[in-house]
Design a protein around this ligand. Structure first.
Ligand code: PMP
Length: 392
């Protein structure tokens, strides 16, 4: 098993053993292997060969503010955002990180004055991604302090609000909440891609975080990027990464550049029968899983799912629905107080509402797992609903 640090992140747990009909199904983590068949289909198109003499230096581009950012990755990121239309890139600095997890910490560091009279408050609206609290607290920094729910935050003074949109765990579209005082906002747009949600406008916030993990599914490459408007903030974020890891793996950056380049190329063939358009493929896959889940959930009143409005997606050129990476399921049965425990009793591991500072009647279920794992989940959910066998 993994360390407790890994358990707090999305990487929690081991792969489900599907050989046995009563095996444990692990839908707790957000490990994005759902897209693996697409990448198999791409064959050698994404293969990157790196000879031994290449990429020895710490430096990638000494003329760039983010001196360890590979120029090819910078180009590929800008191109992809222009193709998809989910974020403005003109007049932004790009800072690359070892996953967007590192960039969350870099942003906190960059937004706090080094000599402030007291730690800057860090808040996010409930239910929020549990790692925010964990990363804010784990080094007991004197720069910032976790203050919890943005909705009930009423302190004067400096604060940082973390806004996740679409939100992890519940898939809702969010805007900043706190209005008083001198606030800075970090927009975590990990899921603002057309397979998860309609792209309604190019985002142009001051600090926007993205990750290849949730975009293409290449979580193992550990590549994230920040689009930052303000130069001093981008410089401080770069400094954080310099102090933390002296840059970001060039091998990972080159691989990410290749993969992002391939999906941009493939976007040119939208809607054709021979389309290799990644977002079209991924949207179909997510829509199919959501339809199947909604069908099963709709057969009884025991569980319910949030509803998402149809919106016009500028990328798809039509009205589309959200298909979030996680299902935020509620148990409506009075006998089930703790839905995570209930599912665990049925050999289904989920992440309970309490982890997101929400009602324990909720659980977060990953929609990004392997096909057979997801199908087994549906089967078991159906059996629970038909027999209600653990309800009595
Ligand atoms: N932000 C959000 C909202 C996430 O859900 C995740 C991963 N689950 C991350 C950031 C971190 O992603 P990574 O470090 O893999 O880039």
């Amino acid at each position: 098993s993994l360390s407790s640090a890994a358990c707090n992140s999305e990487a929690n747990g081991s792969r489900t053993n599907l050989s046995s009909s009563d095996s444990v199904i692990n839908l707790d983590h957000g490990d994005p292997i759902i897209f693996e068949p697409y990448w198999r289909k791409m064959g050698d198109k994404c293969t990157v060969v790196i000879p031994g003499y290449q990429s020895l230096s710490y430096f990638a581009n000494i003329n760039n503010l983010c001196w360890f950012l590979e120029p090819e990755l910078e180009k590929a990121i800008k191109r992809l955002h222009r193709v998809v239309g989910n974020a403005v890139v003109e007049d932004y600095h790009i800072v690359v990180g070892t996953g967007s997890s590192q960039l969350i910490q870099a942003a906190l560091y960059a937004l706090c004055p080094p000599d402030g009279p007291e730690p800057v408050s860090v808040v996010s609206a409930v239910p929020y991604y549990s790692s925010y609290q964990d990363v804010t607290e784990f080094l007991r920094s004197g720069l910032y302090k976790w203050e919890g729910d943005a909705r009930t935050f009423d302190k004067e003074g400096a604060y940082i609000e973390l806004v996740t949109s679409p939100n992890n765990p519940d898939g809702t579209i969010r805007e900043r909440i706190v209005k008083q005082g001198e606030g800075k906002v970090v927009h975590d747009l990990a899921y603002y891609w057309p397979h998860y949600t309609p792209i309604t406008s190019p985002a142009d916030y001051d600090i926007m975080l993205f990750t290849i993990s949730k975009c293409t599914g290449h979580a193992g490459s550990r590549i994230g990027w920040a689009l930052v408007k303000d130069e001093p903030v981008a410089k401080k974020m770069t400094k954080f990464i310099e102090l933390n890891t002296i840059g970001v793996s060039k091998e990972s950056q080159l691989r990410a550049a290749k993969i992002l380049g391939v999906i941009s190329d493939n976007c040119l063939h939208f809607g054709s029968s021979s389309s290799d358009n990644f977002f079209e493929y991924a949207e179909h896959l997510m829509a199919k899983r959501w339809e199947e889940l909604m069908d099963v959930v709709g057969r009884s009143a025991i569980f319910s799912l949030p509803e998402y409005p149809q919106e016009y997606c500028l990328f798809a050129g039509k009205f589309t629905e959200a298909h979030p990476a996680f299902a935020w399921m509620k148990c409506n049965n009075d006998k089930i107080e703790d839905c995570e425990k209930f599912f665990r009793g049925n050999k289904i591991l989920t992440r309970g509402g309490k982890r997101f500072v929400a009602d324990p009647k909720y659980v977060r279920v990953s929609m990004l797992g392997k096909e057979d794992e997801f199908n087994l989940f549906l089967e078991r959910l159906l059996a629970i609903q038909e027999t209600g066998y653990v309800l009595g």
